[in-house]
Design a protein around this ligand. Structure first.
Ligand SMILES: Cc1cc2nc3c(=O)[nH]c(=O)nc-3n(C[C@H](O)[C@H](O)[C@H](O)COP(=O)(O)O)c2cc1C
Length: 195
């Protein structure tokens, strides 16, 4: 009989911080789906709660954000698309935290926007994450025309397809999360293995 592993510590990063944003609708819905999945102990990092300045070096919010990332076994980034890119502040907080906080951790990407569903915001992040040792998984979830995609209760207007896509994404994230948690426990990330 195999023993079920402890749930993975999942941090969902909400990447939009502007007044009137729709981001919390998307991240709250995603957090609910992740709790239903059962493989994760779910928390949300709302970047609105972190006032990391352009000179981010020694700011206390940098320390706290980095601590949360360091403790995570898996990360989901929920990002809008602004001018074909993710928001600048999202990049700033990634830059502010040390690579070591992210190294050996899987990252899943969720996007939303206008016509393109925020897909153009996802691709630049795929360039960033390997640079800090994070593993961005293939499966994405996206919403085009996002303001028409949720009811007043914060549920998707058309839940079948998108909820199924989330399960597929979370299954892959869980797979990588378990594999990399074991790997990190076995040896420090990037350490020489064979003498
Ligand atoms: C400055 C700005 C630039 C935007 N650029 C794009 C874009 O390039 N492509 C797109 O599909 N939507 C674009 N949008 C639409 C946003 O994706 C949409 O407003 C979304 O609600 C933004 O997320 P938020 O409300 O959580 O901030 C842009 C919105 C803003 C405010």
């Amino acid at each position: 009989m195999s023993i079920a592993p402890a749930p993975l510590k999942l941090e969902i990063i909400l990447g939009s911080v502007r007044e009137g944003r729709i981001g919390p609708v998307v991240s709250n819905w995603y957090a609910g789906q992740a709790r239903l999945h059962g493989g994760f102990d779910v928390d949300v990092i709302d970047l609105m709660d972190f006032a990391i300045p352009n000179d981010f070096s020694s700011h206390p919010d940098t320390t706290e954000f980095s601590r949360r990332i360091e403790a995570a076994d898996a990360i989901v980034v929920v990002t809008p698309e602004y001018n074909h890119m993710p928001p600048g502040y999202l990049k700033t907080v990634i830059d502010a935290s040390p690579k070591s906080a992210w190294s050996g951790t899987p990252v899943a990407l969720v996007s939303y926007g206008g016509m393109s569903g925020g897909l153009r915001a996802i691709e630049p992040l795929r360039v960033v994450f390997p640079e800090i040792g994070a593993m961005s998984i293939r499966e994405t979830v996206s919403f085009h025309g996002v303001r028409d995609q949720f009811t007043a209760d914060g549920e998707p207007v058309d839940p079948d397809g998108v909820n199924a896509a989330v399960v597929i994404q979370l299954n892959t994230l869980e797979w990588w999360g378990l594999a990399l948690r074991d790997a990190r426990a076995l040896r420090p990330y990037g350490q020489k293995v064979i003498a």
